[in-house]
Design a protein. Structure first.
Ligand SMILES: [Zn+2]
Ligand SMILES: [Zn+2]
Length: 138
């Protein structure tokens, strides 16, 4: 949190309480929320905040590589977990979970061996049904 705020401040950005609230929420949540969802949450504390402020802040954070944007079913979702990891996406309810990094490391090691590439970063998604959607399918 402090790092993010310091890096934004270094860039000459005004750190408003609204922006802080957006960063704070993104860091605390395990979800991969949409801008709409973040707007709803932050608006409870800061009723004056507009959706465009939320978008501006998110794209600013993205530009600084502090959040990742993932597109799911045409909707942008935001992830403050910027270490390499796999996002697993439910195509039914839109829930997104993280898969542990070890799994991704295994894939990277195998892919590097096979292709003889030096792999620097990776991002990918798995799509399917989450456990609760899966159980409703029967
Ligand atoms: Zn689901
Ligand atoms: Zn994630």
């Amino acid at each position: 949190m402090e790092q993010i705020v310091a890096s934004l401040r270094d860039e000459g950005f005004r750190i408003t309480p609204q922006r802080m609230a957006i960063v704070d929420y993104l860091l605390k949540t395990e979800d991969h929320p949409s801008a709409d969802h973040i707007h709803k949450v932050v608006r409870k504390r800061y009723p004056m905040i507009s959706l465009s402020t939320v978008y501006k802040t998110l794209y600013l954070l993205k530009e600084k590589n502090l959040v990742n944007e993932i597109e799911v079913e045409g909707e942008s979702r935001f992830d403050a977990h910027t270490d390499d990891h796999i996002n697993i996406v439910c195509i039914k309810c839109g829930k997104i979970d993280d898969v542990d990094e070890e799994t991704l490391k295994d894939i990277q090691v195998k892919a590097a061996k096979k292709s003889k590439y030096l792999i620097l970063k990776s991002s990918f998604e798995l799509h399917g049904y989450c456990s609760s959607c899966k159980s409703k399918m029967k």
